[in-house]
Ligand binder design. Sequence first.
Ligand SMILES: Cc1ncc(COP(=O)(O)O)c(C=O)c1O
Length: 365
Amino acid sequence: MSSGFDVKDSIMQIKPYVPGESKLTTDKPIRQLAANEAPMGASPKAIEAAQDSVAQLNRYPEGGAVALREKIGERFGFPPEQLICGAGSDEIIALICQAFTGEGGEVLYSQHGFLMYKISALAAGATPVSAPESNLRMDVDSMIEAITENTRVVFVANPNNPTGSYSTLAELERLHAALPEDVLLVIDAAYSEYVDADDYDDGSSLVAKHRNVVMTRTFSKLFGLAALRIGWAYGSADVIDILNRVRGPFNVSVPAQAAATAALDDWDWAMDAKDLNNRLLPVVTQRIRGMGLTVYDSVGNFILIDFDDADRAAAADTFLRGEGVIGRGVGGYGLPTCLRMTIGTEEDMDFVTEALTRFIESEGA
Ligand SMILES: Cc1ncc(COP(=O)(O)O)c(C=O)c1O
């Protein structure tokens, strides 16, 4: 496809990201379960901090997000000078591609990996390469097989969206060991706060040991600040220095910095949000499995339901929308037989499971 402008061919290959929908034409209460957002909202302290900050809307933000980086460093135990903040982790993913690859470079990720890796790779002029997964999990051997002399950046979402699966620290170490030193391994840990598994690591232990590993995180999920667009990354001093060179000088807004800083001070709120999710996740999974549907094991704040048939998944989506439930079709991820559903409130989840039961009954009618 040609635009008539002198833009990179790879940009014209991008299929723009389609965000989860938030509106429906129904008079039923809407349950927005399409974008893995926090069902209980943000911490009241974070909301208050954002509100207070608007008195200074005429002022540019603090460009280096110094106070926020210090707070992140204190909370998670990382040196603030090895952190960078972005307008969502999406921005950091884009900056990584812009800085570490370009025409002739390859960006590797696994088959059902988060879509922004492909989009950001193409935007940077690089070639996206996806490696087959096994059982909807990143397969280290197939990733290693896909490494070429042109590989520049390797993305692993851990846990991955939309599959909900995670890679163990041992798997990540094995993948890292196979990478040349000038290839950057990006561990996208957007959902890491939800994960309790003993063999899981958010990537930070690899960052501490290796110059060519960076971990990305977000305030959009557990902390409920998706609207403000705020994410961050932890990497070696060299990687952070490179990213700071391509970062816009005022890339994170004043309300975003204020709210994120306050959110980290309200740790109990975040842990309550996690507990709610982690209590509902297995219950909802079991209930839907009990209906005869496949639900993949998830460690995130969402589940992936497999209807075994693309038409059936589409019919379920339409039925649920008629009930006010907005889930997420994941055909764009190569999973046309599946629907992804955020874990909402307890009431949302009761409603969703009842609505799915009604859907299955309606099929027999
Ligand atoms: C795996 C993964 N990484 C990154 C992001 C981007 O999050 P944000 O840009 O809101 O920080 C998402 C959002 O859904 C995600 O699922």
